[in-house]
Design a binder for this molecule. Structure first.
Ligand code: GLN
Length: 386
């Protein structure tokens, strides 16, 4: 007689793979977090904040210094104009920003459009908020969507569409014309757009990050979600935020307050300092990941995986069917387990990024946000033990 809602989704496979990897002492290319240290300056800022006495509850919707810093940064990098007093809610990571936003928007029976494959939280988040998710396929290898299918997914029940650009797990970066097309449908059907832009600074080649809220007329119906986790390599600090028009923000703040009261106070102060980093910091991050991507994709291809270069974020959703055939395995979960046993390399089974678990069963996701030493050890393990 437990909740029928929580019965309808499973535990996070990403987090489960981390537990399996840790138990096996393997290389964790499953959960997307760096194994190198976060910038010294931000660590010192956190220590200073603790010593300065920032150890009690924060302003529930975010310390003023951080909201001001976010507002300045998004004006500079995202062409988003937002008022720190009324348009920003600081949350416990982008994870809470997403669920608090959906809770603020959804009525039972509403529908949410989600591009598939998708970051696994979006499914349970939609269900927990009381919505019915509707999935739109991103077709590999370039991860495009069909305009006809997208237009057909919108109807009078559609409350919101979630976009994640740069995208986890595909590495797709939505182009301006794709965003305009989505914006046009959102206006036509009077729906919200929830834009998860957590990988905004991790871009390759000519890819350009465009914020949905910067498109004409879209700020009023877009909720922009982000966090310090990926940009400053501090996934354990749990500081994220949602930017939205005041009438939406008021609702998000209410939900957020009852969910968590506030995100960790000292880390909010350190985050405010990180947001003042010079542009060179972001260029450095991008260049490191670009090199890691090129190296790691070569390693995967040599090991027999089929994969295209991601355009952003730090994941690759690779086709493992060739190797699976050699190993006489037919599903992604069995393959992921065997890969850890054989090589120590932990991945995420592809099916965890699809609602229909029969999809993605020939794929696994690797993250390459690791230091050179780890990537080289992984390269050696894949080359010699697979
Ligand atoms: N976003 C990261 C991933 O996709 C981490 C997810 C998590 O465990 N919070 O792996």
């Amino acid at each position: 007689n437990l909740s029928r809602i929580t019965e309808t989704f499973s535990e996070s496979v990403i987090r489960e793979m981390t537990r399996i990897c840790d138990a096996a002492g393997g290389y964790n290319l499953s959960q997307g977090f760096p194994d190198f240290d976060s910038p010294q300056a931000i660590q010192e800022a956190a220590i200073r904040a603790i010593s300065a006495g920032y150890n009690q509850y924060p302003v529930t919707f975010g310390e003023p210094e951080l909201r001001e810093a976010i507002s300045r940064k998004v004006r500079r990098y995202n062409q988003i104009d937002c008022d720190p007093a009324t348009d920003i809610t600081v949350t416990c990571g982008a994870t809470e920003a997403m669920i608090a936003t959906l809770k603020a928007l959804i009525n039972p029976g509403d529908e949410i459009i989600i591009f598939e494959p998708f970051y696994e939280n979006y499914g349970p988040d939609s269900i927990l908020s009381g919505a019915t998710p509707r999935y739109i396929t991103l077709y590999g290898p370039d991860w495009h969507f069909s305009s006809t299918e997208l237009a057909a997914a919108f109807n009078e029940k559609t409350k919101a569409i979630i976009i994640n650009t740069p995208n986890n797990p595909t590495g797709k970066v939505f182009t301006r014309s794709e965003l305009q097309e989505i914006a046009g449908l959102a206006v036509k059907w009077d729906t919200y757009v929830v834009a998860d832009e957590i990988y905004e600074h991790i871009l390759y080649d000519e890819a350009e990050h465009i914020s949905m809220a910067s498109l004409p007329g879209m700020a009023e119906r877009t909720i922009t979600i982000n966090s310090i986790s990926k940009t400053y390599s501090v996934t354990g600090w749990r500081v994220g935020w949602a930017i939205a028009a005041p009438r939406i923000t008021q609702r998000i703040r209410k939900v957020h307050d009852f969910f968590t009261v506030g995100a960790p106070t000292p880390f909010q102060h350190a985050a405010a300092e990180a947001m003042n980093f010079e542009p060179e910091y972001y260029t450095g991050l991008k260049n490191h990941y670009a090199e890691a991507r090129d190296f790691f994709l070569r390693v995967l291809r040599e090991a027999g995986f089929q994969c295209e270069l991601p355009k952003g974020a730090y994941y690759v959703l690779a086709d493992a069917s060739g190797i699976m055939k050699q190993l006489k395995l037919t599903d992604d979960t069995a393959f992921s387990r065997r890969l850890i046993e054989l090589t120590g390399v932990a991945t995420v089974p592809g099916s965890s990024f699809y609602a229909d678990k029969t999809k993605g069963s020939h794929q696994v996701r690797f993250c390459f946000c690791k230091k050179w030493e780890t990537l080289e050890l992984v390269a050696q393990a894949l080359a010699t033990k697979l």
